[in-house]
Write a protein that binds this ligand. Structure first.
Ligand code: EPZ
Length: 422
């Protein structure tokens, strides 16, 4: 096991380069299974989840070549196995999204059910409902979902019951090779969905409306090869911006697209940050001031992202005033609260555990704490930055799933941080 040791009290100051978006790259890799020829994906972040996805494609017989700059070439037509095993799917839910592309391209596929995870039960009913509507025969046996179709899938009109990012991406990809037109209504609108649509259109798909609530897909008979560059990781950018704001510091993030983070940037201004934005950089300066508390309600894009909820809560723990944090996307995404309280944060949760009231204290105190999921764990790192003394964050394999070179990046921003194995 590994842990991060952080000495708090300093101010963040410096520049960094944004990484490619994990939650986009994972879906692009699944989408590559639709292509008849090699595809090349650049700006892929070097992360554990990406390695897991590459391993998964490898287990299907797909040839994947990675160069030293994380440019990844995927030859989907070498596929010789159509079953994604439990051992890989259980560690990463995004791997469920290989089912539709295998089905659409090769007529069948079998994927382990992803099951629940720490932040909630996370069913896949919307994915399966859509695949059925496209003509797939779905069977569930021994924890696996198998999908098959005789001939091609058929376009359909599908209305999601609620916004689902993975569900929208999964059906959008699958419908590219269906016969006729598919209309997806009540879609999620996250930027990663737009990135996936652009990637697929570059391979010959005909998708319009991605990034709005209605997506229309004119099915084509095949997708060719092509190249694509992954968009920047808005959640990674947001995390470092919040870290800088919490410490009263300064940061410039190059390669970041401000338009993808509007909800957060508005809240950071409310917290007292001075922002300077260009098309591909974000500069934040707190001029040494303590942040003001800001209330948020998580919501599907363009609302405040659930993936930044834990981090903004950490900032609020030492902010001036009180804030209310309401989580509406996942039912169990407050696992950082007991850990933050170990550091003397003043947080109370309502009976339903969906709303937290945070009263800012002057300083947190360093303590040993435990990471429970990706975003919760990085919120503990932020808390460590504004705590007196030393904070030890345990189980940091969660952080390595989604933050490339986290301690190197923080060290470059002036943070005293080190990684230890035990
Ligand atoms: C994506 O998960 C992201 N993961 C998550 O990022 C992110 O938190 C989430 O979208 C919301 O923005 C990836 O892109 C790999 P959903 P996803 O389907 O697609 C329920 C991170 O930290 N639901 O939009 O799985 C579901 O349980 C992560 O990087 C159903 O009930 O999220 C949840 O409550 C974690 N049935 C809500 O919908 C379904 O069929 C939204 O989930 C599908 C979803």
């Amino acid at each position: 096991m590994e842990q991060l040791r952080i000495r708090g009290g300093g101010r963040i100051s410096g520049e960094l380069k944004a990484s490619g978006a994990k939650n986009s790259a994972l879906k692009l890799f699944a989408g590559a299974l639709l292509a008849n020829e090699p595809v090349t994906i650049s700006n892929v972040p070097h992360l554990r989840d990406i390695t897991t996805m590459i391993e998964l494609l490898g287990s299907l017989g797909v040839e994947v070549v990675v160069d030293e700059r994380m440019k990844v070439e995927i030859h989907a037509n070498t596929i010789n196995c159509f079953k994604a095993p439990y051992d890989l799917v259980k560690t990463m839910r995004a791997s469920f999204n290989v089912l539709g592309p295998m089905l659409a391209h090769y007529g069948h596929g079998e994927v382990s059910l992803p099951g629940g995870c720490a932040i909630g039960s996370r069913p896949v009913d919307q994915h399966l409902k859509g695949l059925k509507a496209l003509g797939a025969k779905i069977d569930m046996q021994h924890g696996y979902v198998s999908a098959s179709v005789k001939g091609r899938l058929k376009g359909a009109h599908i209305v999601f019951d609620f916004n689902t990012v993975g569900g929208t991406e999964h059906l959008m990809m699958t419908a590219t090779l269906a016969e006729g037109t598919t209309v997806l209504a009540n879609c999620a609108q996250e930027p990663e969905i737009v990135d996936l649509a652009e990637f697929l259109n570059g391979l010959g798909a005909k998708i319009s409306g991605a990034g709005t609530s209605t997506i229309v897909i004119e099915g084509v008979s095949e997708l060719t090869g092509g190249q694509h560059t992954v968009i920047s990781d808005r959640i990674e950018c947001g995390t470092y911006l919040i870290a800088a704001a919490a410490t009263g510091g300064y940061i410039k993030i190059n390669g970041a697209q401000p338009s993808l983070n509007s909800a957060l940037l508005q809240k950071l201004e409310e917290a007292g940050a001075e922002l300077k934005l260009t098309d591909d950089s974000i500069e934040l300066d707190m001029h040494g001031a303590r942040p003001k508390a800001v209330s948020i309600i998580t919501a599907p894009y363009p609302g405040f992202p659930t993936d930044l909820q834990a981090q903004i809560m950490a900032m609020n723990c030492i902010a001036e005033g009180s804030a209310m944090i309401q989580e509406t996307i996942f039912e169990n995404r407050f696992m950082h609260v007991p850990e933050l309280k170990r550091m003397d944060a003043d947080i109370s949760l309502d009976g339903n555990q969906t709303t937290a009231v945070v009263k800012g204290v002057n300083r947190l105190v360093g303590a040993p704490v435990m990471a429970t999921d990706l975003r919760a764990s990085v919120s503990l790192v932020i808390a460590g930055l504004v705590a007196d003394g030393e904070t030890l964050v345990d189980r940091i394999y969660h952080i390595d799933r989604g933050y490339q070179q986290v301690e190197e990046k923080l060290k470059n921003l002036g943070v005293e941080i080190s990684r230890h194995s035990y």
